[in-house]
Design a protein around this ligand. Structure first.
Ligand code: HEC
Length: 120
């Protein structure tokens, strides 16, 4: 079997595991208690990093979203989703994200350091 197929299988198995574990979390979904899956967030992040820089630099008026506390990140995305913030682009994007995906993105982007930030 070519190696690529093995990797694809591993990722599917991983996703399935994520989905299964999330299924058990549904009742808690309304609170920010979900612990996002950072690897899943990294996988999803490609749809954000066309605009937002992983370095944390602000480019072309697109603000930094790295190194934020996870609960704050989730709250901001929810504010676009629920219409308290009305940026057209982010509203459209937030509507396409499930809570599990938002939590995963919060875990991933929260784990990134701003470029130039001291490593501890
Ligand atoms: C097409 C470009 C684009 C894409 C793709 C995009 N964003 Fe944004 N994002 C923006 C812009 C522009 C803003 C500033 C909006 C505003 O002024 O409210 C923003 C704002 C944000 C903010 C709030 C930043 C702040 O300082 O308040 C967060 C959090 C965020 N985006 C997360 C994401 C995530 C997560 C994704 C991927 C799922 C994503 N964005 C994809 C353009 C984009």
């Amino acid at each position: 079997m070519p190696a690529g197929r093995c990797e694809g299988f591993a990722r599917n198995a991983h996703l399935a595991a994520v989905l299964l574990s999330l299924a058990g979390f549904v009742p808690a979904a309304a609170s920010a208690e979900i612990k996002g899956d950072r690897e899943f967030g990294a996988y999803l992040s490609s749809q954000c990093t066309t605009c937002h820089q992983v370095s944390g630099r602000t480019v072309g008026g697109v603000p930094s979203i790295v190194a934020w506390p996870e609960d704050q990140f989730i709250a901001v995305i929810m504010s676009y989703k629920e219409g308290q913030r009305d940026n057209e682009t982010m509203r459209t994007i937030s509507h396409s994200l499930s809570l599990e995906e938002i939590a995963a993105l919060a875990a991933y982007f929260g784990s990134l350091k701003l470029a130039g930030q001291a490593q501890k």
